[in-house]
Ligand binder design. Structure first.
Ligand SMILES: NC(=O)c1ccc[n+]([C@@H]2O[C@H](COP(=O)([O-])OP(=O)(O)OC[C@H]3O[C@@H](n4cnc5c(N)ncnc54)[C@H](OP(=O)(O)O)[C@@H]3O)[C@@H](O)[C@H]2O)c1
Length: 255
């Protein structure tokens, strides 16, 4: 008897380019129906066209700005009406949280240039940029989970994949006090974490911190390699472990 795999629906945030677009491409190749989202409609539609031109058909576009709750709720309504459930939520959308001098990028493209760590010395980190970054990368992810949790609970194998970075590990947090509080996992409630995020932003005003971000095209891996881990996690069987930190496709320490 022929077994039919139930249709799986995925939402990928910030998927008009980069790793998000590649995650869409790889999920589509595994038979998942993908809702490609972008804050800018034109860029999103162009990305869908690109996937369709390379042979994918099970992809639709919906606008989504993760910083805007009404935009996230509109996407939630769309998914509910169109599919009645969600199987995979990939929280990929993010910004670097810093500005960089165009001259620094020119230097990084020269032979011997390009090291991400050296670019970090040339970034400008303002309170305004930090606030935008926290609103998109942290609260945006929370917003998405909140909007989609009830639709995910209607799936037979729900998955939430949060893209992070090696720079998200505890050892990259320079302030010892805040690092200790985040490491104290048994005491770390959602409210405490929110409070730590707010105190981090206050530190910014007083220039008490130092922080690192996305890479201005100086990455050492391709988007295909970057997308492989999130896609593998999105397609794991239902009884797989949850709440782990992965580096690529391997479980990794968060420290
Ligand atoms: N690249 C790396 O070296 C690296 C390493 C480790 C982890 N990561 C993680 O991988 C993920 C993707 O990185 P990437 O390199 O592909 O970044 P990217 O090329 O800069 O793409 C980021 C995507 O997020 C979107 N975005 C930004 N703000 C948004 C908002 N408010 N609402 C909706 N979408 C928004 C961007 O849209 P626009 O085009 O409109 O700006 C873009 O589509 C991020 O979570 C990043 O932290 C990247």
């Amino acid at each position: 008897m022929e077994s039919t795999i139930p249709e799986r629906i995925a939402v990928v945030t910030g998927s008009n380019k980069g790793i998000g677009l590649e995650i869409c491409r790889q999920l589509l190749s595994k038979g998942v129906k993908v809702v490609l989202t972008a804050r800018d409609e034109e860029r999103g539609i162009a990305a869908v066209k690109k996937l369709q031109e390379s042979g994918a058909s099970d992809v639709v576009f919906h606008q989504l700005d993760v910083a805007d709750v009404s935009s996230a709720e509109a996407l939630g309504k769309f998914i509910q009406t169109q599919f009645g459930k969600l199987d995979i939520l990939v929280n990929n959308a993010a910004v670097s949280g810093a500005e960089i001098e165009p001259q620094a990028l020119t230097l990084s493209n020269q032979p011997g240039g390009g090291a991400f760590s050296s670019l970090l010395d040339m970034t400008l980190e303002t309170h305004e940029k930090a606030e935008e970054c926290i609103n998109i990368n942290y609260y945006g992810t929370k917003r998405m989970c909140k909007v989609f949790i009830s639709l995910l609970q209607l799936s037979q194998a729900p998955k939430i994949i949060n893209l992070s970075s090696g720079y998200g590990r505890l050892k990259c947090i320079p302030g010892e006090a805040i690092r200790k509080k985040i490491a104290n996992i048994n005491d770390l409630t959602e409210e405490r974490l929110d409070a730590l995020v707010e105190s981090f932003l206050n530190d910014f005003k007083e220039e008490k911190h130092k922080e690192n971000d996305i890479n201005w095209n100086t990455g050492t891996r391709t988007v295909e390699e970057g997308a492989k881990g999130p896609v593998m996690l999105a397609l794991l069987p239902n009884d797989s472990p949850s709440g782990l930190f992965y580096c690529q496709t391997e479980v990794s320490s968060f420290e």
